[in-house]
Design a protein around this ligand. Structure first.
Ligand SMILES: NC(=O)c1ccc[n+]([C@@H]2O[C@H](COP(=O)([O-])OP(=O)(O)OC[C@H]3O[C@@H](n4cnc5c(N)ncnc54)[C@H](OP(=O)(O)O)[C@@H]3O)[C@@H](O)[C@H]2O)c1
Length: 253
């Protein structure tokens, strides 16, 4: 008998990332629905075109947002994914807590207060807070820490460039790298610069200015595939770990 697919529900169903995930997941994952500003999208399981292999062929019915809980009671996902907006945080946490299911939070732009709420909820369910799901960014951060240890007096600048529709600045990734490189010396605290333009998924450049020499580390996202690949790894990780707040650092070690 074949293993049933892992059922996913996406906050940010019809956005750029929600769409990338729905259209790229391999066999073994099934998007059962999601939330957007238009309402709750729920998979129509009676549609004859439905195929677990092709998320594109699933037909989704649209329902009012207030029916979310009721709809999820009929078909509960194994995990919730969030690629939406910080304004949805309360609804997102309440829903995942109500159904006691793991939560992957990929949305960026959360305040410290919002992060405290996420940390509190992670006492009850496994939560991954991942401002960047790419493996490369995880490796970049680890290498950056090594450079910082080797050049403790260097001045560090993080330059991030993203498409012109990105709402937050600096990017969640730049903030996460900055926090990873935070140190006790007020003269060597990393600082961030942002550029918005065009349609590019994202570039992060780390400059280590040390006297007469400079080291530059660059990560460029060439497509959203790096995030959908990271999403698959993150789902497997969350489904096999107990309640706690995780980061990509836990996964890519
Ligand atoms: N962690 C990572 O690796 C990673 C990678 C890429 C992006 N992101 C982050 O993921 C988030 C989404 O990115 P995106 O590029 O997919 O953005 P997007 O194209 O603007 O999509 C946002 C989605 O959220 C929905 N949404 C926004 N506000 C809502 C509300 N109040 N109620 C219900 N639904 C709402 C939108 O609904 P409509 O479609 O109806 O407008 C849309 O489906 C951003 O925070 C971005 O920084 C993270």
């Amino acid at each position: 008998m074949s293993t049933p697919p892992i059922k996913l529900f996406i906050f940010g169903f019809s956005g750029k990332m929600g769409t990338a995930i729905r259209t790229s997941l391999p066999q073994g994952f099934q998007v059962i629905g999601g939330l957007s500003q238009k309402g709750v999208h729920i998979l129509d399981t009676h549609n004859p075109l439905l195929s677990l292999c092709s998320q594109k062929k699933g037909s989704f019915g649209l329902h009012p947002i207030h029916q979310l809980t009721q709809l999820l009671q009929k078909n509960t996902p194994d995990i919730f994914l969030d690629f939406s907006s910080p304004v949805l945080l309360d609804r997102l946490l309440d829903t995942a807590l109500l159904f006691q299911k793991p939560l992957l939070i990929a949305t960026t732009g959360y305040t410290q207060k919002a992060k405290a709420k996420i940390k509190c909820s992670a006492k009850k369910i496994p939560i991954l807070l991942a401002p960047n799901l790419s493996w490369g960014i995880c490796i970049l951060t680890q290498i950056a820490k090594q450079v910082q240890n080797a050049l403790p007096n260097s001045e560090i600048v993080i330059l991030e460039k993203h498409h012109n529709q990105k709402k937050d600045r600096p990017s969640g990734t730049a903030k996460a790298i900055k926090s990873a490189l935070k140190n006790n010396n007020p003269h060597t605290q990393p600082h961030t610069l942002s550029i918005r333009g065009g349609n590019t998924p994202g570039t992060h450049e780390l400059y280590f200015y040390d006297g007469d020499e400079t080291i530059v580390l660059t990560h460029t996202a060439l497509s959203r595939t790096i995030y959908t690949n990271g999403t698959q790894k993150a789902i497997s990780y969350l489904l096999s770990h107990p309640p706690a707040l995780y980061t990509m650092n836990d996964i890519c070690h």
